[in-house]
Design a protein around this ligand. Structure first.
Ligand SMILES: *[C@@H]1O[C@H](CO)[C@@H](O)[C@H](O)[C@H]1NC(C)=O
Length: 328
């Protein structure tokens, strides 16, 4: 377009050298004006097109990032590829948690928070616990996506209900003294770490119920117990909880897909996520109040194994360590 105008202009200028008539000159000057107007119009509309394109693109970019931010602003608290001696984050406790835990003065944390450590528990210990959980859960298990084994109460998922594992001879035959010894000693290491990180004496913490093995899969939920992915506050679900811990027995993206642990921070208008990618022998622990709202993402493929180990400050809610004398 622009190029054709330039050619016209040259042709008109060339004609001017030959023709001398006034009329022709007038016509020529008219033409020149029209030509200049045309050229300006062309320039202007091209410019306007570009302006519009730039504005539209910028708007799209802004809208895209804004929507990303609103819906999935996420930080990674712990990646599976990291080997973390300790990563800890502290913040104010929720008011409800603060009020309730103040009934147990020795147990009140300096600050609330969450931590992850990959160096508390040995891989060999985890192998033993994973072997125990996978053997027993493969004998039973939920028909939906979440199966549990609670060695303290005996509760074992079976199809759409629970059975007492201690009434199932082949399950009891699987339980070995050394496994339960490891279970207890791993629990104690985690309790010591919680006490240290939250700056309270370990003697003020008691194991509480439920403390259990879990196996999560992508199977369609059959009962409420299978719906493990809802956002929740542990203390709302289990009143006795003050400190929650998890020991992961296998690894995200290696043994299963999905199944990350997500804290939901910020407020309703501007939620932010903080993700823990589970890995074998990783421990995560956190205060159980509303300051640690969380959920587990649905497993897409494979089997995700973990142990939830729960602590209370209330001696009346304490449960005893596993008794090992009754087993093989
Ligand atoms: C569920 O997981 C299994 C393996 O664990 C996989 O073969 C299957 O494709 C998954 N199903 C869906 C719907 O993703």
């Amino acid at each position: 377009m622009l190029r054709r105008n330039v050619n016209n202009k040259e042709r008109i200028n060339g004609n001017a050298d030959i023709k001398t008539s006034n009329n022709i000159t007038k016509a020529q000057s008219n033409l020149r004006n029209i030509n200049a107007e045309l050229q300006n119009a062309t320039k202007y509309s091209t410019h306007r097109l570009w302006t519009r394109a730039v504005i539209a693109t910028s708007l799209m970019v802004v809208v895209y990032f804004y929507s990303q931010q609103r819906h999935s602003k996420e930080t990674k608290f712990a990646l599976a590829k990291e080997k973390l001696p300790l990563r800890i984050e502290k913040f104010e406790c929720s008011n409800g948690y603060k009020a309730e835990i103040s009934r147990y003065p020795n147990c009140v944390p300096k600050k609330c928070g969450r931590f992850v450590s990959d160096q508390l528990v040995e891989h060999d210990e985890v192998e033993v616990l994973l072997d125990l959980a996978s053997k027993i859960l493969s004998m039973a298990g939920s028909s939906g996506g979440a199966s549990v084994l609670n060695l303290h109460t005996g509760a074992l998922s079976y199809k759409e209900q629970f059975v007492n594992a201690y009434r199932v001879p082949k399950v009891v035959a699987e339980l070995k003294q050394y496994q339960l010894g490891i279970y207890n000693s791993v629990k104690n290491k985690i309790k010591e770490a919680i006490a240290e990180q939250f700056e309270i004496p370990a003697s003020s913490l008691y194991l509480t119920d439920p403390t259990f093995f879990s196996r999560l899969t992508n199977a369609t939920a059959k009962t409420m117990n299978d719906e493990y992915w809802h956002e929740h506050v542990d203390k709302d679900t289990y009143e006795s909880f003050h400190y929650t811990s998890l020991l992961y027995l296998n690894t995200y993206q290696k043994d299963y897909r999905g199944g990350r642990f997500i804290f939901i921070d910020g407020n309703d208008d501007n939620p932010t996520k903080s993700a823990i990618e589970p890995k074998k022998a990783r421990v995560s622990a956190f205060t159980s109040g509303a300051e640690n709202l969380h959920h587990v993402e649905q497993v897409i493929e494979g089997e995700r194994y973990a142990i939830t180990i729960s602590f209370t400050c209330d001696p009346d809610q304490a449960i005893p360590d596993l008794q090992i004398k009754n087993y093989n």
